[in-house]
Design a protein around this ligand. Sequence first.
Ligand code: GDP
Length: 223
Amino acid sequence: MAQDKVVAPINVKLLLIGNSSVGKSSLLLRFSDEQWLPEDESSATIGVDFRVHKMEVNGKKVKLSIWDTAGQERFRTITSSYYRGAQGIILVYDVANRESFDALPRWYSELETYVSSSVVKIIVGNKVDKEFSRQVSYSEGQQFAQRMGSLFVEASAKTSVGVREAFQEVVEKIIDTPELWAPVAGSKSARPRPSAGAENTMPGSISLADGADGAASQGGCGC
Ligand code: GDP
């Protein structure tokens, strides 16, 4: 009898959070589609809800679903179901916009409410291509991240610098933390513990479940 067993990928849910206009959607598009929309086109077009992205980390297959707030943060609150089942959080600020950096503590307090402390966090200082108008230094960002026990990367969705590294680092740390994704002992199902029943359910009832790699991997409605 053939013994070859197809190993199911590890499902990992990542969230992008941060103030409006810091470049969350742009980072997601750059990472998953290697795409950059010119500044004047992006506001009209961007409305990404999620992307599915497959990668291999330390010999393990990983199926990432990466969720974008799709503008919810403009209303100052993000629905609690957005956070459910997340194993990694990408907190984005704009290095040329101090207000977006100063807002990070507020985003952390929201995280305290909604996600467990073991969830992996990375701070991404985006728009480093705008060096000439930088308002937050690299070391300031790095020190803050250190205080918050988070990873730190500077990036530019526009030039692509640091984007892959940001996603790679957060996923590697998740894979290094089996309690975030390993099957619950004694459970017949191989569902990751924190996402039981929730990792694919998001506001608006968009479902990523079963065979979602087709239409779903192209993201949400964008409407
Ligand atoms: P979101 O509201 O956080 O999702 O931000 P968007 O991705 O919609 O980006 C807001 C604006 O910033 C758009 O005009 C983008 O073109 C621009 N933007 C995003 N990332 C970068 C970047 O890395 N560099 C520069 N110069 N502009 C960026």
